[in-house]
Every structure is written in C-alpha cells, then in structure tokens.
Design a protein. Sequence first.
Length: 212
Amino acid sequence: MSSSAPIIHVIDDDASFRAGISRLLKACGYQVAVYESAHEFLQNPTGDGPGCILLDVRMQGLSGPQLQAHLAGTGNDLPIVFLTGQADIPTTVQAIKAGAEDFLTKPVSKRILLPSIERALARRVELKKRNALLDNLRALTGSLTPREREVFALVVRGKRNKQIAYELGTSERTIKAHRHAVMEKLHVRSVAEAAAIAERLGLLADSGNSSR
C-alpha cells in the first residue's frame, strides 16, 4: 500500500466494527486510523493529506454530531461520512445541513460505502484546490497599497477614471497610474478579470458599502 494513499479515520466505539471496517478499507488500498472515541481522535493530529472521517453517531463523551460541530469550529476540513446503527431523520438532516458528505446505516455494504468514501475524498481535493486559489488571490490583493486598494474597489464596480479621481480627490492621471499598478499586481488584463477576483474574495459588497 502506498504511503500516499488516503487515510480513512474510523471513529466508532464498537471494537468489532472498527476491526471489520479496517480490514475492508485496507484491502481496498486505503490507510486506516481507528479511534474508539471522539476524544481519542482529537488527541491525534490528522495532517493535511487526503482523507476523510467515518464517524459513528452515538458514542460516549462527544457524540458524532458534536464532534462534527467542533471540527467545523476549529477549521478541520476533513469530509465526514456518518455511520449509525439507529438512523433517524432529524439527526440525518442536521448532519447533512452541517456539511456531512453522507449518512449511512449499519451494516453498510461495500457497494454503498466505497462510492461514498470516494465522493468525500474528491470533495476534499476540490476544497484544497479552491482554498489554494483563494490564498493566492488574497496574496495578490494583499500586495496592493492602501490607495491601490481604494482604486481597485472602485474599478471593479465599473467606475471610470474621472469618477474615481473625483471620489478620491486626486487627478485622473494619478488614478490611471494606480489603475495600471493594480492590473499589473493582480496579473489581469481587463476589468472583468479584476472584478472576478473581487467577487471570489467577497469584496464587491464591501466596496459597495465603503463608497457610501
């Protein structure tokens, strides 16, 4: 088994279930880490590699949904697939609304479990790509000077150089220079591309409020 194989974190207080699911997942090429409680899981760093969590709902100490809420609050982005022997609709709805990838009832067949795990793993890969893109965009906008940020906020709202100069109390020539610097630093060639960056970062609403 490759050391780069995804790690499936199995959190369940049933020892026989942990053993059985561990054998199945290892036979399918995954790395597996097992925990008998949410507390034990929290004591062990999960790393930043590919993986997901198979989480029991009812356990002593922190329940599955309580652990899910805790992980969301701490920024842990490992996708969660819930496994339970006693599913109920309110708990299922709550877990899915809170971001769980799936909610499966024990005993779960390999035919159902493995596709659910693969969807969870794929979602984390996509999330990592999206976060990396956002980090890069934040770094680009972070390179702007305070005045360039003001110009950027007005440019992406469709303001012309003359309007921006009036609002900021400076010359149109100065605004043109700032605008050129903004486009260079953001590595964009058009206002549409700059606006797309602002939208991805959630800056359009802020820039709209700041101009009032």
